[in-house]
Design a protein around this ligand. Structure first.
Ligand SMILES: Nc1nc2c(ncn2[C@@H]2O[C@H](COP(=O)(O)OP(=O)(O)O)[C@@H](O)[C@H]2O)c(=O)[nH]1
Ligand SMILES: [Mg+2]
Length: 249
């Protein structure tokens, strides 16, 4: 519990069988975390065994993709504050406190991995990924004239249940660029958002997304297209991302 609010952490898993157990055990060291939900997205054999006995709740999502996994996770989570991390060794459990510190004042707290002092040796955050993420984030910031953004690819986040309830109907992306879609929806809905630096370390096991530069480049282009599309949609119809029942109040 944190400030009398229940805290859930969602961990999507696909190829993290060698790192997920340690991450959950590290989360368990932080009593603020009330619930850990692992979304097994047709994960590597051995994943369920790695999770067993940690106290985390494992759910199985058969629709493939990062977005599908997170959407399932948020539907399962019972917390008032819902956090998302990746259990691949790149993130650190103690950063939950950093997210919570800002959750007092913001509806959604996003992590950023482009702050040099927090990029650990061996992390997959070379010049291409760092400046690529930074440039696309600045494009988003500029086009929506929103809060300072320095990363579009960081999956660490903390969202308040009330904000999530309003955003959830607009989540459409099942794949890897769900992260920036959620950012765009929160911006268009004028949620109070902020991005804070988090630790970013070396991955344990094979990265299936940004481990390949060509895949990362194509993902970046797809993100840019999506940012332009959402900017356009929100300009031509300011109610496009509002729920009908919100309009009644
Ligand atoms: N590749 C892939 N990742 C998935 C899928 N479902 C959930 N994920 C999660 O997406 C996250 C990002 O994948 P990862 O391989 O770490 O890519 P990276 O963060 O760019 O190095 C991980 O936490 C995976 O567990 C899926 O269907 N495919
Ligand atoms: Mg990863």
């Amino acid at each position: 519990m944190w400030n009398n609010l229940k805290v859930s952490v969602i961990l999507p898993t696909y190829n993290e069988k060698d790192s997920i157990r340690a991450f959950i055990l590290n989360l368990n060291r932080h009593p603020v975390v009330d619930e850990v939900i692992v979304v097994n997205n047709n994960a590597a054999p051995g994943t369920s065994e790695a999770i067993a006995g940690t106290g985390a709740k494992e759910v199985f999502e058969t629709v493939q993709g990062y977005g599908a996994a997170i959407q399932r996770g948020v539907d399962e989570a019972s917390g008032d504050l819902i956090m998302v991390f990746e259990p691949d060794g790149t993130f650190q459990a103690h950063d939950v406190h950093k997210m919570l510190a800002y959750a007092e004042d913001f509806d959604v707290v996003y992590g950023s991995r482009t702050v040099k002092e927090l990029i650990w040796q061996g992390a997959n955050m070379g010049l291409f990924l760092k400046w690529g993420n930074y440039a696309v984030a600045k494009l988003m910031e500029f086009l929506f004239n929103t809060t300072s953004l320095t990363d579009v690819g960081c999956t660490v986040r903390c969202v308040r249940r009330e904000a999530l309830r309003e955003m959830r109907p607009f989540f459409t992306v099942k794949g890897s660029f769900f992260g920036p879609e959620m950012m765009l929806i929160s911006i268009i809905q004028s949620k109070r958002i902020i991005q804070v630096p988090v630790n970013y370390s070396m991955r344990i096991g094979h990265s299936s997304v940004t481990g390949n530069k060509w895949v990362a480049f194509k993902l970046g282009l797809r993100m840019i297209t999506m940012i332009l599309e959402y900017r356009w949609r929100s300009l031509i119809d300011s109610r496009a991302f509002r729920r009908i029942d919100q309009d009644r109040h």
